[in-house]
Design a protein around this ligand. Structure first.
Ligand SMILES: *Cc1c(COP(=O)(O)O)cnc(C)c1O
Length: 405
């Protein structure tokens, strides 16, 4: 008889966003006359930009002609895209990253979930709390996290680094030394970002302790402050301790197109001197047959002068929403964080209300959907996430309603 991978059975509860969707559809069924606005899920709403669309069309046409048809893509990515990434995202920012250190993929979610495969099962992980759920759950599936305590909502082998208003949402060094440290900056869900000095300290810490930092920079395009680095490789010493993950989803709206990449520097080695770069290349070669040519052409368009201008406009559109949410809530007396270098606003619930109670108050009183902070980890209790990914009209209306609660 077969037996399933028992680690999957250890995963607690249902996925946060399924729980929210269920609650919302129940509410809608009971109140069919109400118009519900969602500032909940982290998905974009604006269409793809013109240069992306025309490169998609061109690439499709090429695929229909014998002379320009392409089969399997190179499993690490087409040179034209790896070059554009290395040049624009790294060399132009003074980061020493070569194109063959860039691994093109179908997105940051897969990469952030899969990257743990190249590490020993005994490696310990550290995550921020609250956290993007993929980091922990993918390690649960790999059997690396020990046992789950439903009361504390914590895994015995995971090191949690609370990020709250008390520490300005910047993780502090843990008491035990982790092998793998997950950092997401600008952060989902808190919408805050680490500045250069804080990130340099983490890079120094990782080099000193022989740890690796898995740096999720999916929201890099939203950075507006000079003090916030766009890449971990802006930090001295990052080539020997950091892997960086990026996505085309939140900047260029590729959530439905699927494209991302991961950077693994060749200087990054384990305690026996084995290069992680070779292992990740092997993993790509064995389990991945390359992101589609059509998508990679669209990705290259994002790096063209027109594409860069269009992406900037998309980001500005959402950041205008962030400002409307942030200013509107502040004005109404809420304590709000984020929304400056990220499309997320993280608010403290009024009078220390539980996150899920505030969810109900917002849904029933304002017909607005957000995400309870506690859904991202125990330190998210008492907080609530609103996203700036809606339309201007819906965002303004949602804030009007919340203000009149
Ligand atoms: C949205 C998101 C991703 C997923 O990006 P895809 O490229 O669409 O898979 C990764 N990391 C964080 C923190 C995100 O919020």
């Amino acid at each position: 008889m077969i037996k399933v991978n028992g680690n999957y059975l250890k995963l607690p509860g249902s996925y946060l966003f399924s729980t929210i969707a269920k609650r919302v559809s129940e509410y809608k069924a009971a109140n069919p006359d109400r118009q519900v606005i969602s500032l909940g899920i982290g998905d974009v709403t604006q269409p793809l930009s013109p240069s992306v669309i025309s490169s998609l069309h061109e690439a499709v046409d090429e695929m229909g002609k014998r002379e320009t048809f392409r089969g399997y893509a190179p499993d690490l990515g087409y040179d034209f895209l790896r070059k554009a990434i290395a040049k624009t995202d790294y060399k132009e920012r003074g980061c020493d990253i070569a194109e063959d250190e860039v691994f093109v993929s179908d997105g940051a979610k897969s990469d952030s979930g899969n990257i743990q495969e190249i590490f020993d099962a005994g490696c310990t992980i550290a995550v921020c709390d609250p956290v993007y759920p993929v980091y922990v759950d993918s390690n649960v599936m790999a059997g690396r996290t020990g046992t789950y305590d439903a009361k504390t909502e914590r895994w015995s082998n995971v090191i949690y680094m609370p990020c709250t208003a008390e520490n300005d949402f910047v993780p502090e060094f843990p008491k035990e030394t982790p092998d793998i440290i997950y950092i997401c900056s600008p952060n989902n869900p808190t919408g805050t970002a680490m500045d250069r000095a804080s990130l340099q300290k983490w890079v120094d810490y990782a080099n000193e302790h022989g740890s690796v930092i898995i740096y999720d920079a999916a929201y890099e395009a939203y950075i507006s402050e000079e003090s916030v680095p766009h890449s971990i490789y802006e930090m001295e010493g990052a080539r020997t301790c950091a892997i960086e993950i990026r996505s085309f989803s939140k900047n260029a709206g590729f959530t439905g197109v699927r494209l991302g990449f991961t950077v693994v520097p060749k200087d990054l080695k384990d305690s026996d001197g084995v290069a992680l770069h070779a292992l990740w290349a092997r993993r790509h070669g064995t389990k991945f047959n390359g992101a589609p040519y059509i998508q990679q052409r669209a990705g290259a368009a994002v790096y063209s002068p027109e594409g860069r201008a269009e992406t900037k406009a998309l980001v500005s559109y959402y950041m205008e929403n962030a400002k409307v949410i942030k200013d509107g809530l502040k004005d109404a007396g809420y304590t709000v964080y984020g929304g400056v270098n990220a499309p997320y606003i993280w608010l403290a619930t009024p009078e220390g209300m539980k996150s899920w109670d505030f969810f109900d108050r917002l849904l029933e009183g304002a017909n607005v959907v957000g995400t309870p902070g506690s859904g991202f980890g125990p330190s998210g209790e008492g907080y609530f996430r609103l996203t700036a990914f809606g339309t201007h009209e819906n965002t303004a209306e949602a804030i009007r309603r919340i203000r009149s609660l």
